[in-house]
Ligand binder design. Structure first.
Ligand SMILES: Nc1nc2c(ncn2[C@@H]2O[C@H](COP(=O)(O)OP(=O)(O)OP(=O)(O)O)[C@@H](O)[C@H]2O)c(=O)[nH]1
Length: 298
């Protein structure tokens, strides 16, 4: 399986600096990286930071998490098809919400091929100290990026005194008690730390994924062995805890020739008939989703 890392973080926090350094380390270890970059503008500004021999896809005209889910899926699929790589790094825009970005990346179509190792959030320590100057929306996004991270870089620590650095780490840990927090400058993170992440462990095609129990934001692949009535399936969905944020995939429904395309977000369910036979599985994204009873297995 290919390892996938999502780099998240506020505008200008140091994501590209981290990317450049991680790419260098991967190459030194003889690993082949590939990169998907998501930039808000039309011009691929940051992509110049990636060497030409590294497979690179860009999503330029929008944010990965808002409208670009399908585009991300297509970019990953074409990378899987055309490029030879071991590790995929996806750098999101500073405006991406981590749950939505994870959702855009995690498709039942290639869940068996990708091992999503986790979300690494780069936090600008100086900006964190001055977060009260941000608009409420920007501040809440900043907090969400920290809250859902599996690893946090308290970056730009060179701009802070030691006492300030300690305060920032303490406060970040308060927002996300589960993530490891590393103080960095210029996004320098040892590769070993990234490799140790386990947002989703290796998944078998049949078995539901084993997920790190102590991590809150996690994902899971659920494969169905029988079909359901739509009512029965939706009754199960209604019973799910509010901490299940997203589900999508293909569900075998009685009377339908092929599994139906199923989408779930913010409590809303959407069904669409599918004209080709897709594998009967969905992905679920939420907090500690491994402990949730699954329809057909209860
Ligand atoms: N002093 C200091 N500057 C840093 C550090 N990390 C990054 N920078 C600078 O901050 C600026 C933004 O860094 P990038 O790595 O481009 O940040 P980014 O998150 O990719 O930025 P966007 O793509 O605009 O979201 C650059 O000028 C970097 O040189 C750091 O640890 N200390």
């Amino acid at each position: 399986m290919k390892e996938v890392y999502l780099f998240s973080g506020f505008l200008g926090s140091g994501k590209t600096s981290m990317l450049v350094d991680v790419l260098r380390q991967l190459k030194e270890e003889g690993l082949k990286p590939a990169v998907i970059m998501n930039e808000l503008g039309e011009i691929p500004f940051d992509s110049q930071a990636v060497d030409e021999d590294i497979p690179l896809k860009e999503i330029l005209d929008g944010c990965i998490c808002c409208t670009r889910g399908e585009k991300t899926e297509a970019q990953i699929q074409s990378l899987l098809y055309e490029a030879d790589f071991d590790v995929l790094i996806i750098e999101t825009t500073g405006a991406a919400h981590p749950v939505e970005a994870l959702d855009a990346v995690y498709s039942p179509l290639f869940a068996d091929e990708l091992n999503i190792k986790g979300i690494v959030t780069v936090a600008d320590s100086r900006r964190w100290m001055e977060r009260n100057q941000l608009s409420p929306q920007a501040r809440s996004l900043f907090l969400e990026q920290i809250r859902h991270a599996h690893l946090i870089l308290a970056n730009k620590c060179d701009l802070l005194t030691e006492a300030e650095q300690a305060k920032v780490v303490f406060e970040l840990q308060g927002v996300n008690p589960n993530a490891f927090i590393l103080q960095t400058s210029h996004g320098r993170v040892p590769l070993k730390l990234l490799k140790g992440l386990q947002a989703t462990k290796a998944q078998q095609a049949i078995e539901p994924a084993q997920i790190g129990k102590h991590l809150h934001l996690s994902s899971r692949v659920i494969e169905f062995k029988r079909s359901f009535s739509q009512e029965e399936f939706e009754a199960w969905v209604r019973e799910l805890p509010a901490t299940v944020y997203r589900m999508k995939g293909y569900v075998p429904i009685e009377g339908m020739q092929h599994p139906m395309l199923f989408q779930y977000a913010y409590g809303l369910v959407q069904w669409l008939p599918e004209y080709i036979k897709m594998p009967p599985k969905i992905v679920m994204i939420g907090e500690n989703v491994d402990s949730i009873p699954v329809i057909g297995e209860m």
